[in-house]
Write a protein that binds this ligand. Structure first.
Ligand SMILES: *Cc1c(COP(=O)(O)O)cnc(C)c1O
Length: 458
């Protein structure tokens, strides 16, 4: 058969030069950063796969949108454009903009949670869980078991185990469960999608008990693309249609627009509940700014409105997720242990399998991220015991089953050649894995420790 390749649905108009330090300089830089890739200077990084958050490339339309910023304190034109976009594309009735996702998480947690409540969710996310806990709730993981197994090839590892949810309802009572926290896609599981079949069943169960669904819609369009590719009955639907169908099954949403929505800063809280809207609109003036800007400039809201529309286009998602799959396939072919199947926003290396000689107390994922940086200047992120933090009651480390390093791909930023360089470096680090020693933590911040913790070599 004749080969028919496809390529990105855009061409490059502006470039940003990259710098590569020598190996000696990188060795020095990682020591100075306390073996924490969050503490490296970006100038010292060659290919930056720390996160896909706020790191995507905006389109020329979005840049043009910045010039249309209406910087009025109240009632900015760009707010109304954003509001209309959220209503039309996402389908939620009410919008409260915020400077990023966690500000929306803060508000919805405060509004819906009472002290002593339980919040079930499809695996935790760092900031989401922290805000739930700070509002007085206990997070309960109800994701399917497959999500905790890096080798399970189940296509919808973001699905919720309804038996686990039912067991929680039976144990604590539905009145202690204000909502289920449902994320599209599940970041900590490796960027794994939830299926619409599962979400529909979840909706049925929660409605029976009067429990709401709060949708962490940070990567909803990527999730929709995976449904189109893999879930029976959705092959002829567009990403935009699937996004709408997902959202229509939920009550409220928090959004980090720094991911799917292709902006460098921005987020929002959306809801269909007029009472929640009233309260959030009131609360946002305390923490963020007036309800028509929520901590954002008018121009940021304009870029977000345009980015949301671009994010649900099929050809955009094919190239975005396709690039992630390309990197994943290179590593799979080389026999590198990665979370399977490959998710939508990054490739997750299984650090436990890289370093079977290291215990979780020696921080294998933190070690792997540091080794990768020293090898090639590629910056990745730890998603293991450091990210999981400590148990609120016992003060002991949480030991997650998944001890991962995330190679997160920014949208529309790097080329296929960059992916080749990354794969070659990961393969080298894997081949030298037995020489790696672990780390010890020498400074530990109280909240979200992975951002600022410091380490030394054992
Ligand atoms: C990034 C992220 C958040 C938090 O959003 P911020 O914009 O970083 O505050 C919440 N949930 C998920 C799944 C995320 O990836």
């Amino acid at each position: 058969m004749k080969r028919r390749s496809w390529a990105e649905p855009y061409k490059i108009k502006m470039v940003e030069p990259l710098r590569m330090l020598s190996k000696k300089e990188r060795e020095k830089a990682i020591v100075e950063a306390g073996y924490n890739t969050f503490l490296l200077r970006s100038e010292d990084v060659y290919i930056d796969l720390l996160t896909d958050s706020g790191t995507s490339a905006m389109s020329d339309r979005q840049w043009a949108g910045l010039m249309l910023g209406d910087e009025a304190y109240a009632g900015s034109r760009n707010f109304y454009h954003l509001e209309e976009t959220v209503q039309n594309i996402y389908g939620y009735k009410h919008l409260v903009p915020t400077h990023q996702g966690r500000a929306a998480e803060h508000m919805i947690s405060k509004i819906l949670i009472k002290e002593g409540d339980f919040i079930p969710g499809n695996m935790y996310f760092t900031t989401t869980k922290l805000h739930q806990e700070m509002a007085g709730a206990k997070f309960v993981d109800v994701i399917i078991d497959e999500a905790h197994d890096p080798n399970s090839e189940y296509p919808f590892k973001g699905d919720i185990d309804l038996n686990k949810l039912q067991a929680l309802i039976d144990k604590v009572g539905a009145d202690k469960i204000p909502y289920v926290a449902m994320a599209t896609t599940v970041n900590m599981a490796g960027g794994q999608p939830i299926s619409l079949k599962n979400l529909k069943a979840l909706r049925k169960l929660t409605q029976k008990y009067g429990i709401d669904i709060v949708h962490d819609m940070t990567r909803v369009a990527e999730n929709a693309y995976m449904i189109q590719q893999k879930e029976e009955g959705y092959q002829d639907k567009t990403v935009a249609e699937i996004v709408k169908e997902i959202n229509d099954l939920t009550d409220h949403a928090t959004m980090s627009a720094k991911k799917d929505a292709l902006v460098n800063i921005g987020g929002f809280l959306a809801t269909n509940d007029p009472n929640v809207f009233q309260e959030a609109r009131n609360m946002v003036v305390v923490y963020e700014g007036l309800h028509t800007y929520g901590g954002l400039a008018g121009r940021d809201m304009e870029a977000m409105a345009i980015g949301i529309k671009e994010s649900v286009m099929d050809d955009h998602q094919r190239a975005r997720v396709g690039q992630v799959q390309y990197l994943g396939d290179l590593l799979l072919k080389a026999g590198v242990p990665v979370v399977k199947p490959i998710g939508t926003h990054g490739v997750f290396l299984d650090a436990k399998a890289f370093y079977p000689h290291l215990s979780q107390d020696e921080f294998p994922a933190q070690t792997l991220a540091a080794e990768l940086y020293v090898d090639s200047g590629v910056r990745a992120m730890e998603r293991g015991v450091v990210s999981a933090g400590r148990n609120k009651e016992t003060g002991k480390h949480n030991y997650p089953k998944l001890e991962l390093v995330r190679l997160t791909i920014p949208r529309r930023v790097y080329t296929q050649a960059h992916m080749d360089v990354v794969a070659e470096s990961v393969i080298d680090v894997y081949e030298n894995a037995k020489n790696a020693g672990g780390l010890k933590m020498v400074y530990e911040p109280k909240y979200l420790r992975f951002f600022q913790a410091r380490f030394e070599k054992l």
